[in-house]
Design a protein around this ligand. Structure first.
Ligand code: SAM
Length: 127
């Protein structure tokens, strides 16, 4: 599916949603799966009380300025398997491996970790 925006415009979209949740007082815990150089994470993390970042590559240097950071260096599968289920997320951006199978697996594992009124966002999925 072709999305109606260009390369890094997703950052504005995810941030706009985060701003809305923040204004409503309902952004306590943000999770981003797949960080790369952190443009989206760094835009959203300051709007949340806690901000969790997960990547198989070492992205820590790009996001370390965030005082509310919980950094996990490893696979999304391992992180989601081991995350404390009582610490539910209000906003999740699934943006790690974009293959259909991986995105679906991340979504299935993420769903039980999201608050009732929480939101899960995706990047376009490839087959
Ligand atoms: C599209 S980039 C993330 C972009 C970032 N969210 C942004 O807005 O700029 C995908 C990232 O996911 C990571 N990644 C890919 N497969 C992964 C996996 N199975 N577990 C954890 N991270 C993974 C890659 O190392 C890469 O940094």
């Amino acid at each position: 599916m072709k999305m109606p925006f260009t390369k890094n415009e997703h950052v504005n979209i995810v941030k706009a949603i985060a701003v809305g949740l923040n204004r409503a007082g309902s952004l306590n815990r943000y999770l981003e799966l797949g960080i790369r150089k952190g443009p989206c994470f760094n835009a959203v993390a300051p709007l949340s009380k806690e901000a969790y970042a997960v990547d198989i590559n070492d992205c820590y240097k790009f996001i370390k300025e965030n005082k509310n950071l919980f950094w996990y260096h490893g696979t999304t599968t391992k992180f989601l398997t081991n995350h404390d289920k009582r610490k539910k997320f209000d906003l999740v951006f699934i943006d790690a491996n974009h293959k259909h199978k991986s995105s679906l697996s991340d979504f299935r594992q993420t769903l039980p970790l999201v608050n009732d009124n929480g939101l899960i966002l995706f990047q376009p999925v490839k087959n």
